[in-house]
Design a protein around this ligand. Structure first.
Ligand SMILES: Nc1ncnc2c1ncn2[C@@H]1O[C@H](COP(=O)(O)OP(=O)(O)OP(=O)(O)O)[C@@H](O)[C@H]1O
Length: 136
């Protein structure tokens, strides 16, 4: 029955493969975290440097409790992988490693952040944007 647990894992449930998700690779073997860029609703965003080329990137780490949670995030990842627009930060790669989803993004010097938690803005249908300037 070893073949069964290799194929389906201990729970007997097959791991779902996603075309835009890299499994079995530790992103920190390729990327070195050199600082923190910010904190989001789902996790932290780090500044990272490619260990071979020195290229910079933003690495977002989202802790995942259960594989089934991945599906919700993959919808956004699939859309952002396809979506290339000068006003939207490029998403280059997503990894699932060690109970976390890691998303490699273009490291933006200026980052626009939508804030919609103020009721008065929500009622009037307005959004406010904050601008983060990353020091690098
Ligand atoms: N690509 C990036 N380049 C530079 N800084 C970034 C980048 N992505 C995120 N940041 C920084 O990290 C902070 C948190 O980003 P994050 O996208 O996690 O926030 P969020 O809007 O709460 O997103 P989510 O709801 O998806 O968690 C941002 O406010 C910004 O300062």
């Amino acid at each position: 029955m070893e073949w069964f647990s290799k194929l389906f894992g201990r729970s007997g449930k097959a791991k779902r493969e996603f075309p835009n998700l890299t499994r079995g690779k530790d992103p920190l073997e390729l990327w070195n975290k050199t600082g923190e860029l910010g904190d989001g609703a789902f996790g932290k965003v780090y500044k990272a440097e490619n260990r071979e080329t020195g290229v910079l990137a933003a690495l977002k780490r989202v802790p995942i409790q259960d594989e089934t949670e991945l599906e919700d995030f993959m919808v956004e990842i699939d859309i952002l992988t396809e979506c290339k627009h000068r006003n939207i930060v490029d998403l280059y790669q997503a990894f699932f490693h060690d109970s976390a989803l890691w998303v490699r993004l273009l490291c933006a010097r200026m980052y626009l952040h939508a804030v919609a938690q103020f009721p008065c803005f929500q009622f009037s249908g307005m959004f406010m944007f904050t601008l983060n300037l990353n020091p690098f």
